[in-house]
Design a protein around this ligand. Structure first.
Ligand code: PLP
Length: 280
């Protein structure tokens, strides 16, 4: 595998980072996961916009975002990825020797790492749906920043997996925020609800696309928090992300949703999404 690290295309084994990198020491950095459809980067401009926002919010000055797109396509080519690709991109605030919390902008030399790997849709999950597990949302109050500091969601996701689920659905003060690495939608009376954009969720690109698709399909959407203790009043759920696309949720912990099969509006969303990516 060939990866990109700080201006170089390298064999993975040759890609080395200082133990004093602030990403390693403090999780002081941000990231993006981007994918292709038909070999073309999907909603790249929106990912770039979110990356710039994350960089800006953590005061990480990185002025070379313009060249990222070209690097990504070169990585896809040099790794001979013929089907779809998943791109992982991370920018940290570089090294701090000795380890100090504060930084001086003039001394910052960011570390940028990008990898590309083949990506295949999980057909079974798409068709049959998944089981999820409710977990506490113990993250900080800036979940809108795509920070590499992911320990709270790693623990939540692992707890969900231990409980027999595929994803953790997070609950903060009795309200559902989102999944550990996905956004969450609930449907009742033909109306879809999803948590509002703001500091308590990561505003997903797929979430945004689904909102647009529902709008086109004239399906009403409310950007409102769903109360955890009212989940059983809903009859359909799904999660969204770049990798999971639109994945139906058919079981929440021990509760089987409806007849245990993906719901009608979930199907409509999936079909509209498929049409969008086919023509992308
Ligand atoms: C916490 C969280 N919410 C939502 C998402 C989905 O975002 P997107 O649709 O842009 O992949 C992610 C993706 O990594 C995430 O980490």
């Amino acid at each position: 595998m060939i990866v990109y690290l700080n201006n170089e295309f390298l064999q993975l084994e040759e890609a080395k980072i200082s133990p004093f990198d602030r990403g390693f020491l403090f999780a002081d950095g941000v990231y993006e996961s981007i994918r292709t459809y038909n070999g073309k980067l999907f909603y790249y401009k929106d990912h770039l916009k979110r990356l710039r926002k994350s960089l800006n919010e953590i005061r990480l000055l990185y002025n070379e975002t313009e060249k990222i797109e070209r690097i990504i396509y070169e990585l896809i080519n040099t790794n001979n990825i013929n089907g779809e690709a998943l791109i992982y991109l991370q920018i940290t605030r570089g090294t701090s020797v000795p380890r100090t919390h504060s930084f001086t902008q003039e001394d910052v030399n960011p570390t940028i790492f990008i990898s590309a790997a083949p990506l295949k849709r999980n057909e079974q999950e798409q068709k049959e749906g998944i089981r999820v597990s409710l977990q506490d949302d113990i993250r900080w109050l800036r979940c809108d920043i795509k920070s590499i500091s992911l320990l709270p969601v790693i623990i939540a996701n692992q707890s969900a997996v231990d409980a027999g689920g595929k994803e953790a659905i997070l609950r903060r003060n009795g309200l559902i925020t989102e999944g550990s690495h996905t956004n969450f939608f609930a449907i009742k009376d033909k109306i879809a609800l999803t948590a509002p954009a703001g500091p308590l969720i990561l505003s997903g690109i797929t979430r945004m696309i689904v909102l647009e698709l529902f709008n086109q399909l004239e399906i009403k959407v409310k950007e409102e928090f769903i109360k955890a203790d009212e989940l059983k009043m809903f009859n359909e759920f799904f999660i969204t992300s770049t990798i999971k696309e639109i994945t139906p949720v058919v079981q929440i912990d021990e509760w089987i949703v409806g007849d245990g099969k993906p719901g009608e509006l979930t199907h409509k969303a999936q079909n509209a999404f498929d049409e969008l990516v086919e023509n992308y």
